[in-house]
Design a protein around this ligand. Structure first.
Ligand code: SF4
Length: 413
């Protein structure tokens, strides 16, 4: 069987994350322009940065998809035509929309633009896929709530449209995009990209005549997070997804760090490439991919709806998440072969004498004891007190561009 390699699609919350996604192996990135994207809190891209991002990505052979997938209100519509011609002129490869009105404005304003139908449109069946195809959409992003069996059936019955499938990242406890928890509890509209994630909050039980007496729902000193879904992780199901003909494997997380993007993209890049080069290599490395994914922030992993549906084991009751088996300490900006010094932009504190790891876009990376640490004037220092401070550290091996300095914690395989 001649199988097509799927596209690996990564989140790009800002220009830096886009660079890391590309360096670590993404075939395409999705991003939000300043308005109309479902990630209001991500830094997003203004017109000029968007042009720069598209140029940068295209030079690296990577595609760029721009999200305009809010549930638009009347007031949003007026400026949409101008916005769509801007992103079209910037050269993005496709625009992601969910609303039929927005779809229609896009068709008129930029008729040549490829259109992807967002998961916000709740694409749950093959007739919906055929409907969007007939209207001219190139791709649909399948609802996260679909099982693999349902996704495969859509593939069979709607062969003329590309299918994008979420393989990794945070899950909503509600139907994706149909949740008002954040609107009610924090006054922030989750359907306009401003979700405050109240499903991750810690909840207790209160008897109505005893206000202030919080009864734990579970007997656990850390409380109970009754709506806190584990993250989706389908690294173990790569063969099924490829054989089913899924066109694009999507990683969630435009709000996550550059390190998260790098680590996740690298694990999936490796898994896909390994499977295509040697099936048994992929099988033998499943534990390795998972262990690498655990080194970036996560709430524990589950397979979501892939195998039929989540159950209570898909929830993380004991903590609100963000746990990672490695601390993200900094990014390598440059390396000088003569002096053996790498310039690091610090993200979290590290100190002279520590055993740290250079995580690299290609290959295994290496462990480095920090024996030399200098400020940018060349004076020895023991640590760097300010976030984003530039420091030079001695490295025993060349440090590739976009390498990441991280501190391993205890790894739980
Ligand atoms: S509150 Fe939770 S379930 Fe609701 S939209 Fe936000 S992340 Fe999703």
């Amino acid at each position: 069987m001649n199988l097509k390699k799927p596209e690996l699609l990564a989140p790009a919350g800002d220009f830096e994350k886009l660079q890391f996604a590309i360096a670590y192996g993404a075939d395409a990135v999705y991003l939000g322009a300043k308005r109309y994207s479902l990630r209001a809190m991500a830094k997003n891209f203004d017109e000029e940065t968007l042009r720069k991002a598209v140029r940068y990505a295209h030079n690296a052979g990577c595609k760029v998809y721009a999200a305009a997938n809010i549930f638009a209100r009347n007031d949003d519509l007026t400026s949409l035509p101008e916005y769509f011609s801007q992103i079209s002129q910037a050269g993005v490869d496709a625009c992601i929309v969910s609303d039929p009105g927005v779809f229609s404005i896009l068709r008129d304003a930029a008729p040549e633009m490829n259109i992807h139908i967002s998961t916000q449109a709740n694409n749950t069946n093959y007739m919906s896929a055929v409907f969007w195809q007939r209207l001219g959409a190139k791709r649909i992003v399948l609802a996260r709530e679909l099982s693999f069996k349902e996704a495969s059936e859509i593939r069979d019955k709607a062969p003329g449209i590309e299918l994008e499938y979420f393989v990794h990242g945070a899950m909503c406890i509600s139907y994706s995009g149909r949740c008002l928890l954040s609107n009610f509890m924090a006054g922030r509209d989750s359907n306009r990209g401003a979700c405050a994630h109240p499903c991750r909050y810690k909840y207790s039980l209160v008897e109505e005549t005893r206000p202030g007496e919080y009864l734990p729902i579970e007997e656990d000193s850390r409380g109970s997070y009754i709506m806190n879904s584990k993250d989706l992780c389908l690294i173990g199901f790569i063969p099924q997804l490829i054989e089913a003909g899924i066109s694009s494997f999507k990683i969630e997380g435009r709000m996550k760090s550059a390190y998260y993007v790098a680590a996740t993209v690298k694990a999936y890049r490796e898994a896909i490439d390994d499977w295509f080069s040697n099936r048994s290599l992929y099988e033998s490395k499943k534990g390795h991919y998972l262990s690498e994914l655990k080194k970036a922030g996560n709430r524990g992993f589950c397979s979501g709806f892939f195998e039929g549906g989540p159950d209570s084991s898909s929830l993380e009751y004991n903590f609100d998440g963000g746990d990672a088996a490695c601390d993200f300490l900094g990014t390598a900006l440059s390396y000088d072969e003569k002096s053996g010094l790498a310039v690091i932009e610090q993200r979290n504190k590290f100190s002279l004498g520590e055993d740290l790891e250079f995580f690299t876009p290609h290959g295994k990376g290496f462990t480095q004891n920090i024996k030399v640490m200098l400020d940018m004037d060349g004076f020895p220092i023991k640590d760097a007190p300010h976030p984003k401070q530039l420091v030079m550290v001695g490295a025993s091996q060349p440090v590739a561009p976009f390498s990441i300095l991280r501190r391993p914690k205890k790894i739980d395989d």
